[in-house]
Design a binder for this molecule. Structure first.
Ligand code: ARG
Length: 510
């Protein structure tokens, strides 16, 4: 009995060896220990090729570098190495030309590429590529290589948005447009349109800095870690050389178990995306409000608006509403990843396959969103006279208090009450704050006796109010120009942070 079983096993093994040497492969690359086929529904459940095929270029770049490392390590010889390199290039060309044919059993991008390599160069050569490698360190590397190119593209778009905002804020029109600044969505104090716009641009600079910082932390190479325990054929320098050849600035990851376990880079990326989503949404929300007929501070370019199927008069700010809506979706992606990881034991678990779609979608949504945001920003028309018409003297109540501080040395807390009483008096007299006479003001504080009528009249000047806020970061004209210059300096200073063009080309070019 035992003898029969052994003979059968032997025959099986011989058949497999034969199949391998004839260039046929068992149904699954990992199928050796399996006597039964996978359930069909389970197969669909397990397959990630439908979504991870977008890693094709990263996967092939990783394999090319890995094949070179195996050659250096003496695992494959020069002849095999040459064939393998050519084969990998041919597979690349198939993907690039949209000619790659997926077949049953291609469960993910890694198995698909390896299977195809075997078709092209024979399994005697292709079958050596995975020596010492696991899909665990492979996928962790692929995703980083892919993300590196995305980070590069996204930082370009985001910096472009900052640049657009800087340019608009640098115009005389935007700096000359005085509008109500709001807190609690109530008219608060006059600010310049440029000031409002740059308040969003500075948030975007922080987003850009965060992206560069998270990438700098993520720029390390997990390849050469094996399934979890390390590489059996590389010497102590080989991983460093492999990492260098893939242009990872941070060198190889320090621990093979952590290498296959770590998805911090994916979490950080989606968290970054979520916060950028919040910032785009808040900017969009402001603009949607400013674009209503009730406000009419701005109107939107027709290229970024849409109509109603029922009401012919409508021109809706759909671009901005979608930007607002994307924030929810992006927040979801980071929540998915943090809860996914929290329940994973260390090293690799198949749960980690779920890391990809949130990362892919976050990157894709933001690529489009940033482009649309730039379009909206540069095509929005502003209406300075409508903005000015929305200013009211009550917004200068603080200036009234400040006048008593500045000119008459009254403590601010006291002047605040005086100005508040002035607001009430104006309401009672059914007039505006500016409608109160010097004599009426003097009933609220004797210091007004020492003012001339001109002093009092000068209080109700919105431009003077804006110009008085001249400290760095304020809304005076000088401070606007200073901010515009600071944005330019930031753009200059941070230009080359982020992934190098060479590193990006590794994935994006043949
Ligand atoms: N498709 C898998 C993923 O995306 C690749 C890694 C599979 N590893 C494994 N041990 N089954 O995570």
């Amino acid at each position: 009995m035992r003898h029969v079983a052994r003979t059968a096993r032997l025959a099986g093994r011989q058949a497999m060896a034969r199949a391998f040497s004839e260039g046929k492969k068992p149904a699954k690359l990992w199928g050796g220990a399996f006597g039964e086929a996978t359930d069909k529904t389970m197969e669909l459940f397990n397959d990630s090729l439908p979504f991870d095929k977008r890693l094709w270029a990263a996967d092939l770049a990783g394999s090319k570098a890995y094949a070179a490392a195996l050659t250096e390590a003496g695992v494959i010889d020069q002849d095999q190495s040459t064939k393998m390199r050519q084969g990998l290039s041919d597979v690349r060309k198939e993907w690039a030309d949209n000619k790659f044919v997926e077949i049953e059993g291609d469960e993910d991008i890694h198995t698909a590429n390896e299977r195809r390599l075997g078709d092209l160069v024979g399994t005697d050569v292709a079958g050596r590529l995975h020596t010492g490698r696991s899909r665990n360190d492979q996928v962790a590397t692929d995703l980083r290589l892919w993300l590196r190119a995305e980070v590069h593209a996204l930082r370009g778009l985001l910096r472009g948005l900052v640049e657009d905002a800087r340019d608009v804020a640098g115009s005389d029109e935007a700096q000359g447009a005085l509008m109500p600044g709001y807190t609690h969505l109530q008219r608060a104090q006059p600010v310049r349109y440029s000031h409002w716009l740059m308040s969003h641009a500075w948030a975007w600079t922080r987003d850009a800095e965060r992206l560069d910082a998270l990438w700098a932390r993520s720029d390390r190479c997990p390849l050469g870690s094996g399934a979890l325990a390390g590489h059996p054929f590389f010497d102590e320098n080989q991983r460093k050389k492999l990492s260098d050849s893939l242009l990872f600035k941070g060198g190889p990851t320090p621990n093979s178990m952590d290498s296959v376990s770590d998805r911090d880079f994916a979490v950080e990326f989606t968290q970054w995306a979520a916060l950028l989503g919040v910032h785009l949404s808040r900017w969009a929300e402001d603009l949607i409000i400013y674009g209503t007929k009730e406000f009419a501070f701005v109107s939107f370019g027709q290229r970024y608006s849409t109509g109603s199927s029922l009401m012919p008069q409508k021109r809706n700010p759909d671009a901005l509403e979608l930007l607002r809506g994307k924030a929810a979706r992006l927040a979801g992606h980071q929540a998915t990843l943090t809860s996914l990881l929290a329940s994973c034991p260390s090293a690799y678990n198949k749960d980690l396959q779920e890391d990809k779609e949130p990362v892919f979608d976050a990157a894709h949504q933001l690529r489009v969103a940033l482009e649309v945001a730039r379009g909206v920003l540069t095509t929005t028309e502003i209406h300075p006279q409508r903005m000015r018409a929305a200013l009211e003297p009550a917004m200068l109540a603080t200036d009234l208090a400040e006048h008593l501080v500045r000119k008459h040395n009254v403590p601010f807390r006291e002047t605040h009450h005086v100005a508040g009483a002035a607001v009430r008096l104006a309401e009672k007299e059914n007039t505006s704050l500016a409608g109160l006479s010097k004599a009426q003001l003097a009933t609220l504080h004797p210091a007004f006796e020492n003012d001339s009528d001109a002093d009092v009249a000068a209080l109700w000047d919105f431009d003077r109010s804006a110009e008085s806020r001249d400290a760095q970061g304020g809304t005076s004209l000088r401070a606007q120009k200073e901010q515009v210059a600071a944005l330019s300096a930031w753009l200059e200073r941070t230009r080359d942070d982020g992934p190098s063009p060479d590193a990006v080309a590794l994935v994006t070019e043949p």
